[in-house]
Design a protein around this ligand. Structure first.
Ligand code: HDE
Length: 703
């Protein structure tokens, strides 16, 4: 099991003054390998003081040590990604369950014994590097497979469709969702005028908006979200036969989401909620796992769909083409260095290997240009593939030369091909990558700037998404539209969106219009194609297929001085048996002694450990401690919030007055822990994750 490398506090060196000319420090003399040097290798004798004329005089320009250090520091930042700036990375491995030779010749999909290294980067889209993790947003799900035939990047999202159909619109979309250019806010939020102005003028975005406004936009954890390749790609087998494919990732823990009010409060309580969660899970050996699934179909089958498989605003319902699970990815190692790996990793949908190929999806075609271009500006030049995190694990050689930050030293006279001077120089090889011979679509030989009419149904799948979700999920979608549009200051934009929503589904439009207090004017929008009533696809709901489990969950236990330490250990064991962990919260972060006089290890002080950070909570103070907590708003809020976020709450006898003060109604998720079966009942209830029936009693999205 991996352990944190941080030294215990008691071992930290004592601190002395840096006064004095000799660069006196608190450290003992280093051994030879630990001697600090400049980048040129000169050993540094004083890392505390710059070179001055006398100890109170001006600093000298000749201080090359100071100048090197400060100059390097000044250049520490590189441009952040224009989208997906905030991300978290992890290393891992991928293995297929059985050979996929019948579908593709890709080497890493042939042998179940082969472990292919991967690096994954999860991200939000709209916010900058320092923004919050729990904003309502799409999440990036980018995987780099270091295969023996080169790197394959599956650069996907946690939502299977996209806002726009043509790459031409991407800069407009991103400009509209980012901070407004005059005021520089809001950060990491789509709830503002420019975004809704733009999307309300782009009917093709309606399907994706439904997903982004659904619980998918606020995942509980990177470990608990699905991933999608979005575009239709091709798989090519050894005989050259091509089939269409859609890629899917399924989290083994199941997909789960936050409640909006919870996401907002987490943003204040822990900016790094998802980043920390991923790091801690890997650090403690609870490795996140995701299964890779394929939806495979041939071109003839594709012709039968009501929609165009080249249109990235459409998905293929699993009821039409089942998702076949073919392998598993396990994330088992945290990065050694955030910048070197997570920041410098360069994904590109154009990084493919033999056995995988593109389709004509116009969004994908645009991406094939954008990602390489992006790396040039971000990573400073054309040699970014030499940065360790980007290097293929198989040999790579060619005749590209020089450029910024060239780190390789090519030898010899030959840097061109063909040549007769060096017979060993790299040259093309017939067994290398060959693009699939794809005929042009019949009759399409003219250059046009046009959108195919087969991309023209903007509402049917949006409606299908609505009817496929469970009632609580639908309420959340309506609530999210109401929240976001409520933040839009121009009534005309809200009205235009309401008109779109009325085409998607009248119930949705009615709820949002009631919540906004605005009438619907359907005349504002005319559908290019009249939407069809597609059959519900239960696979699109998260709640509908949520497993009952505590795997990977965190239970918060609030204790006080005098709490029963032995019982607390019992809770820890019971949670561990279910694959969950407990975090102990107490009024103070240290010095809490249990009823038997032993010290209770506390993870968070009450003010730093609000219940939003946990999946289920237990309130177990001593009788005296409960009296103190009664006068502590944070303790009462701890329960109120947990109740409001539909969590399962366990409480001991001493906590009864607190439960009463917090006004918790009795339901199956409010569990008394007294008695032999108390803890068991709590665990059984907590496996349900949330008590959805409670929601109707707390929030009333208009019907
Ligand atoms: Fe991206 N996208 N994108 N995108 N995208 C980038 O590349 C772009 C799209 C996605 O963790 C950028 O290296 C265009 C769809 C992820 O490093 C940039 C278009 C999907 C990541 C770029 C799209 C994605 C990016 C910014 C429309 C889901 C983060 C930094 C034609 C299938 C990867 C970078 C990471 C990042 C361009 C649309 C996923 C600017 C032009 C659709 C997960 O090149």
């Amino acid at each position: 099991m991996a352990k944190s490398a941080r030294p215990p506090a008691s071992k930290s060196p004592s601190v002395k003054s840096n006064l004095g000319r000799g660069g006196e420090t608190h450290q003992t003399a280093p051994h030879a390998d630990a001697r600090l040097t400049t980048n040129q290798g000169t050993v540094i004798s004083d890392n505390q003081n710059s070179l001055k004329v006398g100890d109170r005089g001006p600093t000298l320009l000749e201080d090359f040590i100071l100048r090197e250090k400060i100059t390097h520091f000044d250049h520490e930042r590189i441009p952040e990604r224009i989208v997906h700036a905030r991300g978290s990375g992890a290393h891992g491995v991928f293995q297929v369950y059985k050979s996929q030779a019948h579908l593709t010749k890709a080497g890493f999909l042939q042998d179940p014994k082969l472990k292919t290294r991967v690096f994954v980067r999860f991200s939000t889209v709209a916010g900058g590097v320092g923004s919050v993790d729990t904003a309502r947003d799409v999440r990036g799900f980018a995987v780099k497979f270091y295969t023996q035939e080169g790197n394959f990047d599956l650069v996907g999202n946690n939502i299977p469709v996209f806002f726009i159909q043509d790459a031409m619109k991407f800069p407009d979309l991103v400009h509209s969702v980012k901070m407004e250019p005059d005021r520089g806010f809001p950060q990491a939020a789509s709830a503002h005028d420019t975004f809704w102005d733009f999307v309300s003028l782009m009917p093709e975005s309606m399907h994706m908006l439904m997903w982004a406004m659904s619980d998918r936009g606020i995942p509980r954890s990177y470990r608990m979200m699905e991933g999608f390749g979005v575009h239709t790609f091709r798989l090519i087998d050894a005989k050259g036969k091509a089939r269409f494919v859609k890629f899917h990732w399924r989290p083994v823990l199941g997909a789960f989401s936050l409640i909006w009010d919870e996401a907002v409060k987490i943003a204040g309580a822990d900016n790094d909620f998802h980043r920390r969660d991923l790091w801690e899970a890997i650090d403690t050996g609870n490795f996140p796992e995701y299964e890779l699934g394929l939806q495979v179909f041939d071109e003839a089958f594709a012709e039968k769909f009501d929609f165009d498989v080249l249109d990235p605003t459409k998905l293929i319902p699993e009821e039409l083409v089942p998702v076949e699970i073919i392998g598993k990815m396990t994330l088992n190692r945290n990065p050694d260095n955030f910048f070197a790996e997570t920041e410098q990793v360069a994904f590109h949908p154009g990084h493919i290997v033999p056995g995988i190929d593109f389709s004509n999806d116009p969004l994908l075609q645009g991406r094939l240009f954008s990602y390489l271009d992006t790396q040039l500006i971000r990573l400073g030049g054309p040699n970014f593939h030499q940065i360790p995190i980007n290097q293929p694990v198989c040999p790579f050689r060619n005749l590209q030369r020089d450029g910024h930050m060239q780190t390789m030293v090519p030898k010899g006279q030959v840097n061109y091909e063909p040549n007769t001077i060096n017979p060993d120089a790299p040259r093309e090889s017939p067994d290398g990558f060959a693009s699939h011979k794809q005929p042009f679509p019949t009759g399409q030989t003219e250059r046009v700037r046009a959108r195919s009419e087969s991309f023209g149904d903007h509402y049917s799948q949006a409606r299908q998404f609505w009817v496929s979700n469970t009632p609580p999920e639908r309420d959340h979608i309506a609530g999210a539209f109401a929240f976001e549009l409520g933040k839009v200051s121009r009534p005309a934009i809200r009205s235009r969106m309401l008109a779109h929503l009325s085409i998607i589904h009248r119930d949705l439009a009615a709820k949002v219009s009631a919540a906004l207090g605005m009438p619907i004017d359907p005349s504002l929008v005319t559908a290019f194609q009249k939407p069809k009533d597609l059959k519900p696809s239960p696979a699109l709901s998260i709640i509908g297929k949520a497993p009952e489990t505590l795997q990977g969950r965190k239970i918060g236990v609030l204790v006080t001085a005098g709490s029963d330490a032995a019982w607390l250990e019992g809770v820890r064991k019971a949670a561990k048996k279910e694959g969950a962990v407990i975090n102990v919260v107490a009024p103070k972060v240290s010095g809490i002694k249990g009823s038997d006089g032993s010290e209770i290890a506390v993870d968070h002080a009450l003010y730093a450990g609000p219940s939003v950070l946990f999946d289920a909570v237990i309130m177990a103070p001593s009788a005296a401690g409960a009296k103190v907590l009664m006068g502590e708003a944070a303790a009462v809020d701890w329960l109120r919030d947990a109740f409001g976020h539909l969590k399962v709450i366990g409480y001991n006898t001493a906590a009864e007055p607190l439960v009463e003060k917090a006004g918790l109604a009795e339901d199956e998720g409010v569990v008394a822990l007294s008695g032999a079966s108390g803890l068991k009942s709590f665990i059984a209830a907590a496996k349900k994750h949330r008590i959805w029936a409670r929601e109707k009693t707390l929030r009333s999205p208009e019907d």
